[in-house]
Design a protein around this ligand. Sequence first.
Ligand code: PGA
Length: 250
Amino acid sequence: MPRKIVAGNWKMNNDLSETETLLKELKKQVIPEDVSVMVAPSFTNLYAAFESVREHPIQVIAQNMHQSTKGAFTGEVSAAMLKSVGVKTVIIGHSERRAYFNETDELLAEKVNTALENEMQVIFCVGEELSDRENGDQFEVIQNQLENGLFHISNDSWSQIILAYEPVWAIGTGETASPKQAQEMHKFIRDAIAKHYSERIAKETSILYGGSVKPANAKEIFAKKDVDGGLIGGAALKAGDFMAIINAFE
Ligand code: PGA
């Protein structure tokens, strides 16, 4: 069975005091036992966030990391640094990293390797642009992102992988993939894993949907067979909305 997961990607939002306030509000809530809840604050606030949720099931994860283990890479953060502040999971391949920071499939493959070597869990993001979908190329685009960024890993490494399907046209736009479109792509991804690896691995891998998930649409999306949760941007910045999404599983 895939795990149910709701992860909040805070992006470049929330300074230290906002981070502590939001976590304080989330800690007052009861998290359903069968849902893993994660939040990804900015690098500067990871340690404070980790300290804040020490006695709480919320996990603190990172939005990015560098592919090298250490060295002269001004402004970058390594896997070991993340681990030293309690972070065990990292988002790799978010479309904003691909689009604004020129992260290619080849680079993402290196990041995945570094994370796995450091025994970190990876949330690996894939997603097509609007023009891809308009041209009917969405499946080919996702297949290529999987093959070039992720499908080099070994069977054993899959226990450290979570996938996130985030159509670029739905991120921060208020537009969401319909539950049908989400299910169709999640099934495609699961079938691709089964073909390349095995049915067992495909069945056990959590595949999250991301792109304008809100309390109003989460229930319908999470109800789909191959949707195991969400990667949430804007709605993760408000405790009430994030909690409503966490509670949207049937
Ligand atoms: P959004 O972002 O929920 O604001 O659309 C999702 C994401 O980028 O992970």
